[in-house]
Ligand binder design. Structure first.
Ligand SMILES: Cc1ncc(COP(=O)(O)O)c(C=O)c1O
Length: 369
């Protein structure tokens, strides 16, 4: 019997929140209507608002309190259309040409493109299941003197590791000791309900804290919030010196996000995404029992060991042939080293549970063949 699927492979290399149309559609439409009714288009769209409207920055300051212990002064806020956009400016301004950025040894692949584009080096820091290993980070600080560390302390991409509070304290203490700035990407932190506080709450004076909405609300909302250490940082780093203007949020997106933050719609969407993510992770447990993998009920992705007797690429190709696209660990290895014998796949991009089930069966089929 042929094992090749006749349907197109289920897209599982990407990492998106699952669709929750019953909640999302009504909340988004209602918020858009409020924006259209309440804002004067000429005052709102007809002018440049480089750092965002006052009320949108205030809403952003309110949004980040889902993670930060207190509401930051809105003048510390930058509104951008994505976490990527924030990172391009931070890396350009604070790492710079010829500089060095420390990253987790396996991390968000786009960072490699920024490094190439902006002419800075990457140095990888070893990880365990609690994230960055403090001794390894200290060694990197001593030997490579990075300007900054880019890190995902919560549900690390791709390994799903979670820094404990003790680990977070150890990492910020080292960064403080060696004068290394922290670019904290907390994009996966809004789905789990119990998570240690961000590094930004432990060391606000050196941490640039990013909370994007792409992984918890919707990838096309195009709204991401940055909290800087000082109120002078947004203007200094983002305008006018950076020379790049494409990071700015579109006013309509900022307005819709503000309404959703104020009326609680954003939390209702996040709750629906959380519930759907839990259901999908339960399907992973049911379909892939007996396989060594790492994830949590509120994580969008899964970090799974490939079969010992095959190369990772051979396993990835077999998954695809049977109907699931998954990503090899090597995709996430940006600064040298040896890629572990793992793959990552996302649970959210499959259009619905039936499609996810088809993808999981393809992975199980490839694994146990
Ligand atoms: C760790 C991490 N940060 C940021 C992003 C992208 O977020 P945005 O669309 O807001 O740039 C991704 C998307 O894959 C990601 O995995």
């Amino acid at each position: 019997m042929s094992t090749k699927s006749t349907l197109s492979p289920v897209p599982m290399t990407g990492n998106l929140p699952p669709r929750v149309p019953d909640v999302f559609n009504d909340e988004y439409r209602a918020a858009m209507q409020v924006v259209m009714a309440e804002r004067e288009p000429m005052d709102w769209i007809g002018v440049h608002q480089f750092l965002g409207f006052h009320e949108d920055r205030e809403a952003g300051a309110q949004f980040v309190t889902r993670r930060l212990p207190e509401t930051p002064n809105h003048e510390r806020l930058v509104l951008a259309h994505s976490t990527q956009a924030i990172l391009t400016v931070l890396c350009g301004s604070l790492v710079g040409v010829g500089g060095t950025l420390a990253v987790e040894e396996l991390t968000y692949p786009t960072i490699a493109k920024f490094a190439k584009q902006s002419g800075f080096a990457l140095v990888g820091v070893k990880l365990d299941d609690r994230g960055i290993i403090p001794d390894a980070f200290e060694k990197v600080c001593q030997e490579r003197k990075p300007q900054a560390l880019y890190t995902l302390p919560t549900l690390q991409n791709p390994t799903t590791s979670m820094m404990s509070l003790a680990r977070r304290e150890a990492i910020v203490a080292i960064a403080q000791k060696y004068g290394v700035k922290i670019f904290e990407d907390d994009i996966y932190s809004l789905l789990p309900e119990r998570v240690a506080p961000p590094l930004a709450s432990l060391a606000p004076e050196i941490t640039y804290y990013m909370l994007g909405t792409a992984k918890s609300v919707g990838a096309g909302l195009k709204a991401a919030y940055l909290v800087t250490p000082e109120t002078s940082d947004p203007a200094r780093l983002f305008w006018p010196g950076s020379g790049m203007t494409y990071w700015m949020i579109a006013p309509a997106n900022a307005g819709v996000s503000t309404v959703l933050i104020r009326n609680g719609g954003v939390d209702r969407i996040i709750s629906a995404v959380r519930e759907e993510t839990r259901a999908r992770q339960q399907m992973v447990t049911n379909a892939l029992g007996g396989i060594s993998l790492r994830t949590t009920p509120e994580c969008l992705h899964v970090w799974m060991e490939a079969p010992h007797d095959r190369s990772v690429l051979d396993f990835v190709a077999d998954c695809k042939r049977r109907g699931a696209e998954v990503g090899p660990a090597a995709t996430f290895l940006l600064a040298g080293g040896v890629a572990p014998h793992y793959v990552r796949f996302g649970t959210g991009k499959a259009h619905d549970r039936a499609e996810l089930q088809r993808g999981l069966e393809a992975i199980a089929g490839a694994y146990f063949s």
